[in-house]
Design a protein around this ligand. Structure first.
Ligand SMILES: NC(=O)c1ccc[n+]([C@@H]2O[C@H](COP(=O)([O-])OP(=O)(O)OC[C@H]3O[C@@H](n4cnc5c(N)ncnc54)[C@H](O)[C@@H]3O)[C@@H](O)[C@H]2O)c1
Length: 319
């Protein structure tokens, strides 16, 4: 147990990928956790190992409706995070970001509780600046297919800052970049999970373009450490702060590493690059380094070991 005073902490979206790791970490740090989720993309399976813990409580609830509970702090993570899922019901996605933020901020205001928002690098849209510092206002299409997510998250940030200015509410806003690890949704179309599943099944690995475009991947444990440090940061520090791993890998390097690590016979298959595919995505984490003393520690190969083991187990159980 760390130096924290024991708190009752609400985690919305707690049965999702990041939320389940956060619940686990908070319990390990000695807190009580109330996990709230509507199980749209999350599942009980992600938190089943926590159900026996008397300090863990799971509540099925949709945050677009008000919630009346008594807690000391709130982490607001509820929102589908991958294009396949957030475009499935775009109106509900915007409602989750906007009405969800209003409901959680209202709860925080009544309780005078500190509240964390899981924002995203997508608030920068299709950026014209690389890498993106927090001061960059973004380049976002307000009417496109991705807007329900990007603009929903931008509006949630606005609400957080207005509650802070208008009601003196203590807020912490993290802009999360691409994160991977065990309990990622197997069918959300993300490159790390796609490649691992294709490699484990011995299916061809699809690369768009020549694979020389780069991406950065943060391992989930590093990200959760960033969440905790942000929540514990000095009171005036609100963010927004970028959290992600600035280490860049080409998509081809990622595919080859996964093939090697899984011992797969999968071949690489090349397909045309989609028109809006960015050449590069990389966080600028200077602010996180300065204000939180945080930077990612887990090397890609190390994180992949745990992630491959997770998907290997998942596929075996499904077989
Ligand atoms: N994983 C990443 O790389 C990444 C990057 C940027 C931002 N984020 C943000 O982090 C948060 C968590 O992402 P994740 O990767 O764990 O995704 P996830 O889909 O695994 O988790 C989201 C959780 O929210 C729940 N949920 C969705 N709508 C809800 C609603 N209306 N009421 C209650 N619960 C609801 C889902 O069932 C799920 O359990 C999201 O807000 C996402 O936008 C994640």
């Amino acid at each position: 147990m760390k130096n924290h005073v024991k708190q009752r902490i609400l985690v919305t979206g707690g049965a999702g990928f990041l939320g389940s790791h956060l619940c686990e970490r908070l319990l390990n740090d000695g807190h009580e956790v109330l996990c709230v989720d509507n199980f749209f993309t999350g599942s009980k399976h992600n938190v089943v190992h926590l159900l026996g813990n008397p300090y863990f409580e799971l509540l099925r609830h949709d945050i677009t409706f008000p919630l009346y509970v008594e807690v000391d702090a709130i982490y607001n993570l509820a929102c589908p995070a991958s294009p396949i899922h957030y475009q499935f019901d775009p109106v509900q996605t915007t409602k989750t970001s906007v009405h969800g933020a209003i409901n959680m901020l209202g709860l925080a205001k009544r309780l005078q509780a500190k509240i964390f928002q899981a924002s995203t690098s997508e608030v920068y849209g299709d950026p014209q600046v690389h890498p993106q510092p927090e001061s960059y206002w973004g380049h976002v299409n307000p009417t496109g297919l991705r807007s329900c997510y990007d603009e929903g998250k931008r509006c949630a940030e606005t609400l957080f800052f207005d509650y802070h200015r208008q009601h003196r509410l203590p807020i912490k806003v993290a802009r999360i970049f691409n994160t991977y690890g065990p309990r990622m949704h197997p069918h959300d179309g993300r490159v790390v999970s796609n490649f691992i599943i294709q490699a484990l099944k011995g299916e061809p690995i699809t690369i768009y373009g020549d694979g020389s475009q780069t991406r950065s991947f943060c391992y989930v444990d590093d990200l959760i450490e960033g969440f905790i440090r942000l929540m514990d940061s000095y009171p005036e520090f609100t963010g927004p702060v970028n959290l992600g791993n600035p280490g860049e890998f080409t998509i081809r390097q990622l595919a080859e590493t996964i093939i090697e690590m899984t011992g797969s016979a999968a071949e690489l298959v090349f397909q045309p690059l989609p028109p809006d595919d960015p050449r590069q995505r990389q966080p600028d984490i200077r602010l996180a380094r300065e204000a939180l003393g945080w930077e990612p520690k887990v090397r890609l190969e190390e994180g992949l070991i745990h992630t491959i083991a997770y998907f290997d187990d998942l596929l075996r159980r499904a077989a």
